[in-house]
Ligand binder design. Structure first.
Ligand code: F6P
Length: 536
């Protein structure tokens, strides 16, 4: 089915006109002053995730046009095409069915095989501690690493005792070496995760791990190495006899719900893994059934488009105020930028408008002491996404618990203060009225005040989770997945291929022998120069 691109909708031009008339000059402080119900009007409760959108530079008229845009682009039909298993990843002729992995047991497309695969994986995961393993090394990269690594980190409070998870992804031996150095091969299980089982980094690390295991006297490769892959044959050729397979309709960056989630299941157990799936499924249902105007992934994506294509904001910063979510920005970078970092539409025509923003960030409050300076006073406007968690789960008791609970209030206060500061700003006049004890005495008050003023009117969204649990994390990740789907659908791109990673891989293969031989014939001047310098 062919769907109109966003710029083919009359709403596109109307949005441009509205931006010129009201969007460019929109002021959040004024909006709150004139709209007493702005918080209620622009906040939304979706499964597990409460979202405050009110600090975004958007008004009702822009939203109306954006919703029209979504209708004109056939968003609802595009969404149904995904859920129905149509080959919407048309450049690879594949369906996109990660939602089927979290449908209630046995329901949905491929229900029986999904359940069989899940049961088998969970049974294995639950057997790992009893099999004498104390350490699990997960070797994979990109979608075969970021999701599991992020979730295991986030759900540490749900971790089963006696099992330690390690993640190795980089082909740089500095990633693998320290992990192996601390391990006893006799009690170590290696999970080699690669959808294709052809990825250079993963195969290199897997071979190195196997050599280390054998050098230490390990013989039972079949027991100590398992694979999660859709290429069972290649895993077999590696010497692995236990492979958890999956299907080509699960994209790498959407695969943590599949057997790629094995380390998650090992870390938190089968019941918690099912809760993760259930949370994601609840968000799928919300995405599929809520009217567009009350549909959180849709609203987020529409604001993303408003910012990217009309305001011209080039990036978005994610600031999770929960240490467990420190890997979320990296996870989201792949999810969003590998999905929507495209320059041609579905027909291969060059796009006349911008697509994926740069997504980046760091856990709060650490980010505050690093790059928040730029968010507050820099020359770029960068929308920020705050994620707060109401109730912490420290797994400690007594006085320490009291102290950490108190620290949690500090964390939340910081989170609220940052979005408040971004929005409110501080005028030169306000700064003039304040004392600035550390300012140089040789500067006049006006100059100091100009340095100490903040433009304000900087937009942000705040998500609140009641707690960081398997269920809420599942819902949060699914929320992001669907948001990326919606913006990709309106931009008219294929969000599910990643041809952009190919060229570098091919050139790497060609350069590898040259790094040994030193042959630079035919190379461009810079690459030749660098290669010679590295060889010297
Ligand atoms: O580098 C691109 C990519 O293909 C990602 O899309 C994917 O998640 C990653 O490499 C790893 O691929 P595989 O699971 O096949 O090893």
């Amino acid at each position: 089915m062919k769907f109109p691109r966003c710029d083919q909708s009359p709403a596109w031009g109307a949005l441009q006109a509205h931006y010129e008339a009201a969007g460019r000059s929109f002021d959040l402080r004024q909006a709150f002053a004139t709209e007493p119900d702005r918080f209620a009007d622009w906040s939304l409760r979706s499964p597990e995730v409460f979202a405050d959108l009110s600090k975004n530079r958007i008004d009702a008229a822009a939203l109306k046009l954006l919703l029209q845009l979504a209708q004109d682009c056939g968003l609802e039909s595009q969404r149904e095409a995904m859920f129905a298993g149509e080959a919407i990843n048309h450049t690879e002729g594949r369906a996109v069915l990660h939602t089927a992995l979290r449908a209630p047991a046995g329901s949905g497309l491929h229900g029986a095989e999904v359940q069989a695969s899940l049961e088998r994986m969970l049974a294995f995961a639950d057997s790992v501690p009893a099999a004498g393993f104390t350490d699990v090394v997960h070797i994979g990269i990109g979608g075969s690493d970021l999701g599991p690594a992020m979730v295991v980190q986030a759900l540490q409070a749900y971790g089963r005792p006696g099992i330690k998870l390690h993640f190795v992804s980089n082909v740089d031996g500095h990633d693998l070496a320290p992990v192996l150095q601390a391990l006893n091969p006799a009690s170590t299980l290696f999970v080699i995760a690669s959808k294709t089982f052809t990825t250079q980094e993963t195969l290199a690390n897997a071979l190195a791990a196997k050599a280390w295991f054998q050098a230490a006297g390990g013989t039972d490769i079949a027991k100590h190495f398992v694979a999660t892959s859709s290429n069972t044959q290649a895993a077999g050729a590696f010497g692995i006899t236990t492979t958890f397979g999956f299907w080509d309709w699960v994209g790498g960056r959407y695969s943590l719900w599949s057997v790629i989630g094995l380390p998650i299941a090992i870390a938190i157990g089968g019941e918690n893994f099912r809760a993760l799936l259930a949370g994601a499924n609840a968000m799928d249902e919300h995405f599929r059934s809520a009217p567009l105007a009350q549909n959180l992934p849709v609203l987020l994506a529409l604001i993303d488009i408003w910012y990217r294509n009309f305001h011209g904001f080039t990036s978005r910063s994610v600031a999770p105020y929960h240490q467990g979510l420190k890997r979320l920005p990296a996870y989201l970078q792949q999810l969003e930028m590998e999905s929507n970092g495209k320059g041609v539409d579905r027909e291969g025509q060059a796009l006349p408008y911008a697509t994926s923003p740069v997504v980046w960030g760091e856990a709060g409050t650490n980010g505050q002491h690093a790059y928040f300076q730029m968010l507050h006073q820099g020359t770029d406007v960068i929308p920020v996404e705050f994620i707060a968690v109401k109730t912490p789960r420290f797994g400690v008791s007594g006085e320490l618990l009291e102290r950490l609970n108190d620290q949690h209030q500090k964390l939340l206060a910081n989170c609220l203060a940052q979005s408040q500061a971004l929005m409110q700003g501080k005028s030169v006049e306000e700064a003039l009225g304040e004392k600035a004890p550390t300012a140089s005495a040789s500067l006049d008050a006006q100059t100091v005040a100009r340095h100490r003023s903040f433009p304000g009117n900087r937009p942000s969204t705040t998500f609140v989770l009641d707690e960081l649990s398997p269920r809420s994390l599942g819902a949060l990740v699914a929320l992001y997945e669907h948001r990326v789907f919606v913006s990709g659908a309106l931009w008219g791109i294929n969000s599910f291929d990643q041809w952009g990673v190919e060229l570098g891989k091919a050139l790497c293969s060609a350069l590898l022998p040259r790094l040994v031989s030193g042959d630079v014939a035919g190379l461009d001047g810079s690459t030749a120069g660098l290669l010679k310098h590295l060889k010297a």
